[in-house]
Each structure stands twice: as structure tokens, then as C-alpha cells.
Write a protein that binds this ligand. Structure first.
Ligand code: NAD
Length: 282
């Protein structure tokens, strides 16, 4: 039975996942190599709790109890738990290195879940110590709000691990769906053309980003593609596009966009840097 959760990476996703875990009653550890990111995460979670208190969804007493059950750490030796949920940078080598490091301080029963958006679960599992324990647990942004979690079975993942992670997602108040390991899983595979076709229209000078966002919002999407890319982060979204494109044999229709690459090179990563397609600094 899962009682302790260690979330690795305190960025956009890890911070939200740790909030959900702690708020669902799990004793939770949030690890990041970067102390500033841990502080930023603590502030964000406190802010989110203040909003919930102001809406009478949480009491001040509950808020401080949850915060005290949540350990923020930059010491990897603290990362021992029933399940590791990693949400670090979207790079295969980094994720493999982290899991192998954590294999030493954990045990063969620990579940090694990855929040990867696009890397192959089978590839990660193939390079780590406890490969049958590796599973995809793909949350959506913002993690405290979005209900969907894709539970992804790699070739080596044991059926028991899939079952446990599926049940855990439900205990976290999420709606899990099962999925086999495939480039982009379900949502990111379907979403690639949504972002890329919008970027193509800008490359061709057909219209501007505000109009595209407005049109798609009028058509029923909660947010237009440029607002979503700014929320996801240009670095993450660009990486996911590149990985899915390569994994599918580099089809022309999914070629990454030079506009997005230019934003990435300029450090305009979206909300997290204060500027992306839109300006958030004011
Ligand atoms: N941003 C999204 O909308 C979104 C949605 C679903 C899944 N994801 C996936 O979640 C993961 C994280 O994405 P994000 O947007 O939160 O990234 P982010 O850039 O906001 O945060 C990543 C964090 O990981 C930390 N980090 C990097 N290497 C580390 C290491 N070796 N050990 C510990 N911490 C480390 C960084 O300091 C940073 O705080 C990626 O795999 C991404 O594909 C992202």
C-alpha cells in the first residue's frame, strides 16, 4: 500500500503534484536540485491554499497541517518512499540517472513513476535497476486542477504496478486512463497538430496569435494554443514536439516550428519566465 510519495522536480508539474499528494493525505517529499525552485514551490502552494481558504474549501488549520506534512528538500538522501514520481527535465539521460541514483536509497518494491510527456517508458525502464517498477504517470497542467492522468505501461512494467498507480491516481482525486507506451501517449499525440498547425499559420503570415486563440476559444476550447504553450513552457513543449516527431520517423507534418525554437533561444519560455507568446510581466 502506498503511504509515502516522493516527487522529484519542483517546477510547474512537480510542485502541483506534490500539492495534490500532500492534500490527499500522503506524507510527501518534494525534491529538487535547485533550492530556489523549492522556495518558489512552497510560496505557490501556500498561495493556492490561501485561495482555497478564501473560498471556504480548506481551513487554516488544515492548510498548516498539510504544509507540515510536506517536506521540501534538495538532499537526494531524503528521497525514500513507496513511490517516486519524477517531474524533472524532459531528457532521457537525466531521468535514467535519477532513477538509478534513487534505486540505491529505495528498494525493489518502490514504484518509479515518470511524468514524462513524450519519452518512451520502455526506453527508461530498459536502462534502470528496477525496470518492472517503472511506469508512466502523466499528469496535466495545472496538476491540482486537471483531472486526467494517463497511466502508461511500458513493455517491462508489472501488471501489479500499473494497478497500484491506477488506484493511487483515484486516491489523488484524479481520473486515470490506461494506455500502452506509444510516442506522445494519447493526449500529446493528438495535441501535436493542434500546436503545430497554429504555429504554421503564423509562419505563413495568415493571421496573428491573438486571433487564433480567440477563434479556438470561441469554438469551445478553454484556452487557445498559444496560451496553452505559454502555460506548458516553451522548453517543455518544444522538447515534446521534437521527441514525438523523431519517435514517429520525422514526418514533415510534425516538424517542429522555427518560431517556437526562436522563442526558446530568446529565453521566452512563457508564464514561468514572464514572457512567451504573451507578456506576463505587467
Ligand atoms: N509543463 C507541462 O505542461 C507538463 C505537463 C505534463 C507533463 N510534463 C512533464 O513533466 C516534467 C517536468 O516538466 P515541468 O514543466 O514541470 O518542468 P520545469 O522546467 O518547470 O521543472 C523541472 C524541475 O526539475 C528540476 N530538476 C532538473 N533536473 C533535476 C534532477 N536531476 N533532480 C531533481 N530536480 C531536477 C529543475 O530544477 C526544475 O525545478 C517533464 O518531463 C515534462 O515533459 C510537463
Amino acid at each position: 500500500m502506498i503511504k509515502t510519495i516522493c516527487v522529484c522536480g519542483a517546477g510547474t508539474m512537480g510542485s502541483g503534484i506534490a500539492q495534490v499528494a500532500a492534500q490527499s493525505g500522503f506524507s510527501t517529499i518534494l525534491f529538487d536540485v535547485n533550492g530556489e525552485m523549492l522556495e518558489k514551490s512552497r510560496t505557490n502552494i501556500q498561495k493556492n491554499f490561501h485561495v482555497q481558504i478564501s473560498r471556504n474549501k480548506l481551513s487554516a488549520v488544515e492548510s498548516s497541517a498539510i504544509l507540515s506534512s510536506l517536506i521540501f528538500t534538495n538532499n537526494i538522501k531524503d528521497c525514500s518512499a513507496d513511490i517516486i514520481i519524477e517531474a524533472i527535465v524532459e531528457k532521457l539521460d537525466a531521468k535514467v540517472e535519477l532513477f538509478n541514483h534513487l534505486a540505491v536509497t529505495n528498494n525493489p518494491e518502490t514504484i518509479f513513476a515518470t511524468n514524462t510527456s513524450s519519452l518512451s517508458i520502455t526506453d527508461i525502464a530498459g536502462r534502470v535497476t528496477y525496470s518492472t517498477q517503472v511506469v508512466g504517470m502523466h499528469f496535466f497542467n495545472p496538476a491540482p486542477v486537471m483531472k486526467l492522468v494517463e497511466v502508461v505501461k511500458g513493455r517491462q512494467t508489472s501488471g501489479e504496478v500499473v494497478k497500484e498507480v491506477y488506484e493511487l491516481a483515484k486516491q489523488l482525486g484524479k481520473t486515470p486512463v490506461l494506455c500502452k507506451d506509444a510516442p506522445g501517449f494519447i493526449v500529446n499525440r493528438i495535441a501535436r497538430p493542434y500546436y503545430l498547425e497554429a504555429l504554421r499559420l503564423i509562419e505563413l503570415g495568415v493571421t496573428d496569435i491573438e486571433t487564433i486563440d480567440k477563434v479556438l476559444e470561441a469554438a469551445g476550447f478553454r484556452m487557445g494554443p498559444f496560451k496553452v504553450m505559454d502555460m506548458i513552457g516553451m522548453d517543455v513543449n518544444y522538447n515534446v514536439s521534437s521527441i514525438v516527431w523523431k519517435a514517429l520517423g520525422e514526418p514533415d507534418r510534425l516538424t517542429t516550428s522555427p518560431i517556437q525554437k526562436a522563442k526558446l533561444d530568446a529565453g521566452e519560455l512563457g508564464r514561468k519566465t514572464g514572457k512567451g507568446f504573451y507578456d506576463y510581466s505587467k
